[in-house]
Design a protein around this ligand. Structure first.
Ligand code: 2YJ
Length: 276
């Protein structure tokens, strides 16, 4: 799991409005609309602006990432929540969040990033929420996923969550991972619950890239997806940091690519944490 760096996230507060406009131009949905669709409907009487979200910095392990809590806060505020970063980190921050009567907390260490609804006790994991949000983004950019073939790159945790979401929208999957064992494991897990004709694996990378213009990049490898085999006008959802696309691949698809370091994941976490 990649650790975010300050450089990845420091511009989020200043650019969140513009980010959202670009997202809407690409997908037809705003950040809030993508997150709401990924979360399922909320109760109609939910008043987001009355919900207090505490973001608690955590110093354990590799410590605080400068700008992380502020970036998360800016995303929550942009969505309409009443969000604040606790004055203190760690246990004192947790106590502060409770003392200030927060409804939700968001907290991350080196391994895990969660939103916790302090009223309902619902715990939402960032990886799972991010996969769900990006599946909606890919579905939006492609019009529909029903019976379309999606190349899923990366058969790890993110890939596994994404695969389920893609299959639920009716997609056919080609699973690619640099480990053939990981491809087979994920495929067998999926075909326990889904139609086995909808999932295939075992292709070399060039062939897999040739077979589909819809790509879900669930890897966190960095620059290993070559430009020459990627189809023009490919539609790509790429939540991983660093992104798998090489510069050449990026330049081919940048207008039909959704990729961000935190926004879709955090937005989806917040709305999933409010679901029933
Ligand atoms: O509070 C802070 O500033 C830090 N403790 C934040 C740490 C953020 N954690 C990560 O970037 C980890 N790689 C976990 C991310 C989970 C992604 N699914």
């Amino acid at each position: 799991m990649t650790r975010l760096k300050t450089d990845d996230i420091m511009n989020i507060p200043a650019t969140i409005q513009g980010y959202d406009q670009v997202l809407k131009a690409k997908t037809g949905l705003s950040l809030k609309e993508i997150a709401l669709e990924a979360a399922g409907d909320l109760r109609s009487d939910t008043q987001i602006d009355r919900l207090k979200v505490a973001i608690i910095p955590v110093t354990t392990g590799q410590g605080v990432i400068d700008g992380f809590a502020k970036a998360v806060q800016s995303i929550a505020s942009h969505l309409g929540f009443s969000a604040f970063v606790t004055e203190f980190p760690d246990v004192r921050g947790l106590a502060e969040a409770y003392n200030k009567n927060s409804d939700l907390i968001m907290i991350a260490d080196d391994h895990c990033f969660v939103a916790i609804n302090l009223r309902s006790r619902l715990v939402i994991d960032n990886t799972k929420a991010t996969a769900a949000g990006y599946v909606v983004a890919l579905k939006q950019m492609s019009g529909s996923l029903n019976d379309k073939t999606v190349l899923l790159i990366g058969a790890g945790q993110m890939g596994s969550f994404a695969a389920e979401g893609l299959l639920q929208y009716g997609a056919r999957l080609i699973i690619y991972d640099s480990s053939k064992e990981a491809e087979a494991l994920l495929t067998h897990k999926l075909t326990d619950s889904y139609d086995e004709n909808k999932v295939s694996f075992g292709y070399n990378f060039e062939r897999a890239l040739n077979m589909s213009s819809l790509i879900f990049d669930a890897s966190s490898g960095g620059g290993f997806i070559p430009g020459e085999f990627i189809q023009d006008k490919s539609i790509v959802a790429a939540p991983g940091i660093p992104m798998g696309l090489s510069w050449c691949a990026f330049s081919k698809v940048h207008s039909t690519l959704v990729h961000d370091p935190l926004q879709i994941g955090v937005a989806t976490m917040l709305f999933q944490a409010l679901s029933e």
